[in-house]
Write a protein that binds this ligand. Sequence first.
Ligand SMILES: *Cc1c(COP(=O)(O)O)cnc(C)c1O
Length: 232
Amino acid sequence: MSVSEGAQPYEGLADRLQAVQQGIAEACRAAGRDAAETTLIVVTKFHPAALVRELAALGVADVGENRHQEAQEKAADLADLDLNWHYIGQLQTKKARQAAQYASAIHSIDRARLIDALAPIERSLDVFLQINLTDDPGRGGAAPSEIEALTERILETPTLRLRGVMAVAPLEEPASAAFARLAGYSERVRALAPDATDISAGMTHDYAEAIAAGATHLRIGSAITGNRPDAR
Ligand SMILES: *Cc1c(COP(=O)(O)O)cnc(C)c1O
């Protein structure tokens, strides 16, 4: 990054954060929900640790990352801050235990092997079952037909605490239709795991629809951070 020094490297960050917080409050009001039941996770992928530090100074407690190595480095850089790191990207089985060292929650549990890889960790870890809302198996997430088996597998794993479901809305259909399906999947999970009431859904362009469909954990990046630096 060329603008890492200087007095105001992240100009507008506070304003954009506040605008999103207001947008969340409005969407909650419109849905007849209490904004206090939602958690804003600011997605900071591709942005430097200095930006995350500035977000923390603005009161942000929850940040989201989708690449293990980048997340691990930032969490180490910012270990002096009291941040909750949410891992929201696809996770290789062989990196799972490392991710569990810095992550307070992993939102992208999508297969039995990943659950089994996390079983021997030495603490309790919050997890979300990620469900694929498309028919394309190449997208992240478990197929809806696997919901019951994976839910049971997580419940059988004492180190994992199942919080609920997670999904990304596909581009090919209205977000509200996709999130309505997700709400149904959440009910199927709760039939087996009554405490797993959370729904991790909603990004920059669809968080209002996600809130209307019951989302509790909003993963919002570019609306707050500005455009991401190019992926490398
Ligand atoms: C990048 C990302 C987000 C945030 O996306 P924005 O459109 O920038 O808000 C949310 N969830 C996941 C899984 C992501 O990878």
